[in-house]
Ligand binder design. Structure first.
Ligand code: COI
Length: 356
């Protein structure tokens, strides 16, 4: 499918301070937009970023039929934009769409949309280490109807934001003991807006107690670790790396999968399975808890310096971590082209615009 392009006549590029990029506040010049109507996707367009006009009866506003993805474009030191594991993001977007009764997006069109958009706004890719062009594809219902049923019409949009690190320092986590994020059979695995809305109140309470984020636990016994709202979670204990398995309640993190591949390749033993707080507390007690870190597209690899389970507070020293910094620099190395792409994860975005 060929994508029509309407260029901006009013770029905001020169107003951006690329040395100071708070996460998610600055939006690049162009966005991709495509509507689903009469049972099929209509002509896609890339055009200057503009506000939508929303009807008060818009179905998403009432019942949250909305999904999203998050990925990053970086720049090779030869200047070429690089995209990371697009296929995994396309797969997850369509899995979320299926769970939320929304239409699929053809993978080829998804790739073409992102490559064209990144090519057009390639100047917006920040160069500083740890910075990137964050790509936010999302889909939402556009029916103007307040009965509860799947929408017939949708809008699929992709916009981009030059970003710095999501967490610029180590994070503190508190294991949740009252609220839950996801139950088996729920929507925990889908990247849908409601999962994030549901996390806001517990995270607000955690912040009031002095923690950055909540670590979600299983909904029955509050015993098994699930994830952190903004990232998946890893524990290094006794030389082995543990992470909760994908049991339908946690997000299938692309960075999580990346971490597991790299660690296996480096000869680490990685254990994916039910991970109880008792295991972590025991490792803490006997001195074998070495590292705790999160993984996510936005978060990349974030070091955890404090972790609370009820009254037990575990302090960790990220300065002494070895595996988490290795992973962070490996992933950043792949994203800048400094590290060889042994797994075929990187896609170069050669200049496409001339073709249109
Ligand atoms: C991402 O890591 O891309 C996410 O979607 C997490 C979000 C909380 C920023």
């Amino acid at each position: 499918m060929s994508i029509k392009i309407k260029h901006t006549e009013n770029s905001s590029f020169s107003k951006v301070d690329f040395d100071n990029l708070p996460f998610g506040q600055i939006v690049s010049d162009h966005m991709f937009e495509m509507d689903f109507k009469d049972g099929k996707w209509q002509e896609p367009i890339i055009r200057p970023v503009e506000k939508f006009s929303i009807h008060p009866a818009n179905l998403t506003l009432h019942y949250g039929q909305s999904i999203f993805e998050g990925m990053k474009a970086s720049r090779h030191h030869d200047g070429t934009p690089l995209l990371f594991r697009l296929d995994k993001h396309a797969e997850r977007l369509n899995a979320s769409a299926d769970r939320m009764c929304m239409p699929m997006v053809a993978e080829d069109l998804f790739y073409e949309a992102i490559e064209t958009l990144v090519d057009l706004d390639r100047a917006w890719i920040p160069l500083r280490d740890g910075s990137a062009l964050y790509i936010r594809p999302f889909m939402f219902a556009t029916d103007e109807f307040i009965g509860v049923r799947p929408s017939l019409d949708y809008k699929f949009v992709i916009f981009t934001c030059p970003v710095g690190p999501y967490y610029s320092r180590p994070v503190s986590l508190i294991a949740e003991e009252k609220y839950v994020r996801a139950t088996p059979g729920g929507v925990g695995e889908a990247k849908t807006a409601g999962n994030y809305a549901a996390s806001l109140y517990p995270v607000k309470v955690a912040k009031e107690k002095g923690y950055d984020q909540v670590m979600w636990m299983d909904p029955f016994e509050f015993k098994y670790i699930q994830e952190v709202g903004t990232m998946n979670i890893f524990f290094k204990m006794g030389g082995k790396v543990y992470t909760p398995d994908l049991n339908g309640t946690i997000l299938k993190g692309v960075t999580r999968d990346t971490v597991i591949h790299i660690l296996n390749d480096e000869g680490y033993e990685v254990i994916e399975g039910p991970l109880s707080k008792d295991q972590v507390l025991e490792a803490h007690k006997n001195g074998t808890l070495e590292e705790v870190f999160g993984s996510g597209t936005a978060a990349v690899i974030s070091f955890v310096n404090k972790l609370a389970f009820g009254d037990t507070i575990i302090h960790l020293d990220p300065e002494a971590f070895k595996t988490a910094p290795f992973l962070k620099s490996y992933i950043e190395g792949l994203r800048s082209g400094r590290k060889m792409d042994r797994f075929g994860w990187i896609k170069r975005v050669e200049s496409l615009e001339m073709a249109h």
